[in-house]
Design a protein around this ligand. Sequence first.
Ligand code: NAP
Length: 307
Amino acid sequence: MSSSSQNYLKIGIIGFGPFAQFLVKTMIKQGHSITATSRSDYNDLCNQLGVSFFRDMNAFLESNNDVILLSTSILSLSQVIKSLPLNCLRKPTLFVDVLSVKEYPRDLMLQVLPSDSDVLCTHPMFGPESGRHGWKDLSFMYDKVRITNEATCSSFLQIFASEGCKMMEMTCEEHDKLAARSQFLTHTIGRVLAEMKVEPTPIDTKGFQKLVEVSANKDYMQKESTSRDSFDLFSGLFVHNRFAQQQLREVELAFETVKQQLLREDERGAGTQLNHFAADNDKFSQMKTFLFTYGFLPSFSDVIWNC
Ligand code: NAP
């Protein structure tokens, strides 16, 4: 009997960063057999976890995986996938990605992978922090982009379904639209708040406590929020989700609208404080400065501020 009909899969992971390390613990607990490869050497960690680690990509691809899971950073996926020695694959394989944007990996996988490879795009809507007590009721988005081997695909999805995830089938396009309005917005506001060094006070309201949580989103800011790695993830959410650019513009417009409403009130004699706010404390200018300072691509600024 093949491994997929027993529901136990041989899963090879490319990119063994924090998210892959988090996922494999549950996969191993469920009885799946895991191999991994990555740019850096994770041999010692893999030995501890019960994962076979390959430094050599040829040997990794020759190792007869049912599923190859792509868990690289968004910004490195193109380079990684285009450098795979795909001629080493021994059989038609299911490729799955877990990137936080979806149209981009879908297009890359369809462009680069052999036509007999199946393609499943997924986004577990949780991470090492939000999923640390289990995955029950956490959302798992997926799009069966090109599936011929339904049994293997269904065994892979079962990993998440059996942990109690809310399984959400939708297109990559739908995902990116929704994620721009939810995840990207959360990150943007979180980054702005972190830049303003928003911190708890002795008289916090519940609402403010939530803002402080947003500014310290632990799934995505485990590394220092201002570090290059962490910023790569945020920048990937923007650069490779076409709906995120519109979202950022809407943030700008909304901020301007609210500010103008306040200033109009001030003109009607509601007080003089707001003139100081307008002159000295232009929060939106701070946000612009922040986005420039932390090195979005030049095209980023052109797109957003000049159109
Ligand atoms: P990450 O740490 O930013 O990146 C994962 C791995 O990508 C790194 O460990 C690194 O491998 C590899 N990588 C980065 N740049 C590379 C390059 N230039 N060439 C080759 N490899 C490179 O991301 P993560 O937090 O583990 O997340 C992995 C993926 O899951 C991301 O695409 C993310 O969008 C998605 N995701 C994350 C979460 C979360 O909560 N963290 C949740 C859902 C989905 P080495 O370590 O070997 O250098």
